[in-house]
Design a protein around this ligand. Structure first.
Ligand code: GCU
Length: 438
């Protein structure tokens, strides 16, 4: 286990992966650093003609074989699907801690040149100082009432989402660009580093709030035996039964607990959004917690919106090998055995129904399998239609930069794995379509 203050390198983390033959670990490490022709990790399938034929599990077929054909029967089927994802993929997670406390650490009604109200809130999960996270919330200063809020975890600390010098620095492990994890409190040079991925002013000007939490407050993103995050808070649940994605998703629900109490945020209109590994997390949070009013996945790929059975780009074996801490241990049973999975990711998306769901892909992000992300969104439509809502309404992946928006929405934009202004404009359009009240 790394001790506090040490630096952990990715290559070491790869070689520490549990339960794999050394040759497979070496392959995973190599794949990380060598790039294929498409600029994606080499040694994986990027050829549509090599996608194996597969049968997806039927969203509406209950465990006893009966097909659900009435909306009233959906909650029971939903419970079955959710349980399968808990047991086989992401793991279970506890409820809200009994003694959770919210402390406003800082507040400014005229932040960002008067555009925003800024609030920074510490959420203590237990005795002060033991385990907590900090929420950064901006709402439009001009809004006199509760506004809908986009909530998402960030990768590098709240201070990375905007160059605003008043944003508090993280106090926990931070993932550096060179792939090391360090404890940094002095990273002024990283302020605003991910601002293009958040577009704070853009959201505020369109009447939305934005809230974010550093994922490392909940669990640092490396295989530390779950000693540094929130896992020890839930003693009856073994850490191995809820991986980092479950812990991060749990934190999103705790942030929503806070937003429900905030004077400027509308807790009934919170959109959970995330990119990449944090997109997988947003989907799992939105699937578990029905209080989220809308769910957005950006380039979430394997273990997110992409169908596992396609084995296009990242595979189940690769993700479990490279990131052994993300999922429940059970998920690694399906390494190379995707067809034995009792679920596939279209069923995760179906758990969001009937709430609005948006899946975003990027053309150059083959690793995340844009087509697999589209197909999962399309197949999830079965649950939406059962509940009287519209699925995607198209059976072919739309051309680049031509979004489709019904109760399920989708776009593939030009460009690479990232969150861009284009993505945000579409998420805001989708928000306007479903959440605006006037
Ligand atoms: C890696 C990983 C993906 C993940 C991505 C990210 O590429 O293989 O599954 O989505 O990191 O989070 O940026």
């Amino acid at each position: 286990m790394p001790s506090k203050g040490t630096v952990v390198r990715i290559s070491e983390r790869v070689t520490r992966c549990r339960g794999f033959h050394p040759a497979l670990r070496a392959l995973a490490a190599g794949a990380l650093f060598s790039c294929g022709a498409l600029g994606q990790p080499a040694g994986f399938n990027y050829d549509e003609s090599k996608v194996p034929s597969y049968d997806l599990p039927e969203i509406l077929r209950r465990a006893d074989g009966r097909i659900v054909d009435a909306a009233a029967e959906w909650p029971a089927r939903r419970t079955e699907i959710l349980k399968l994802f808990e047991e086989q993929v992401y793991g279970i997670s506890p409820g809200a801690p009994a003694h959770m406390r919210f402390t406003v650490l800082e507040e400014d009604d005229a932040a960002l040149g008067g555009l925003a109200r800024r609030k920074q809130v510490r959420v203590d999960f237990g005795p002060a100082g033991r385990s907590s996270m900090e929420i950064l919330l901006y709402t439009p200063a001009s809004a006199g009432r509760h506004v809908p809020v986009f909530l998402g975890l960030n990768f590098g600390g709240n201070h990375t989402v905007h160059s605003d010098p008043a944003i508090r620095m993280p106090t926990r492990w931070v993932l550096e660009r060179d792939g090391t994890e360090t404890r940094r409190r002095d990273a002024d040079d990283t302020r605003g580093r991910s601002a293009s991925r958040w577009q704070v002013e853009r959201l505020l000007k369109r009447g939305y709030g934005v809230a974010t939490v550093y994922c490392g407050d909940l669990d640092p993103d490396f295989d530390d035996g779950f000693e540094n995050g929130v896992h020890p808070l839930a003693p009856p649940i073994s850490p191995a039964d809820w991986g980092s994605i479950s812990a991060w998703a749990w934190g999103l629900s705790r942030a929503l607990d806070y937003l429900e109490t905030d004077a400027h945020a509308d807790g009934s209109r919170v959109v959970v959004m995330g990119h990449s590994r944090l997109g997988k997390t947003a989907l799992w949070a939105g699937a578990r917690d029905m209080r989220f009013a809308m769910v957005i996945s950006n380039n979430s790929g394997c273990g997110g919106a992409a169908l596992s059975r396609r084995r296009f780009g990242e595979t189940v074996a690769r993700i479990n090998t490279r990131f052994p801490h993300w999922f429940a241990d059970n998920f690694s049973q399906y390494n190379g055995e995707e067809d034995s999975l009792p679920v596939d990711q279209h069923m995760l998306l179906a758990l969001v129904a009937p709430r609005p769901l948006y899946v975003a892909s990027a053309e150059d992000d083959s690793w995340a399998d844009p087509k697999g992300e589209f197909l999962a969104a399309m197949h999830a439509g079965r649950a939406y239609e059962l509940l009287g809502e519209q699925g995607l309404g198209v059976s072919e992946q739309p051309p680049v930069n031509q979004p489709v928006m019904r109760t399920v929405g989708y776009h593939i934009r030009t460009g690479k794995h990232d969150v861009t202004a284009y993505d945000w404009d579409r998420f805001l359009d989708f928000g306007d379509l479903h959440l605006k009240r006037d």
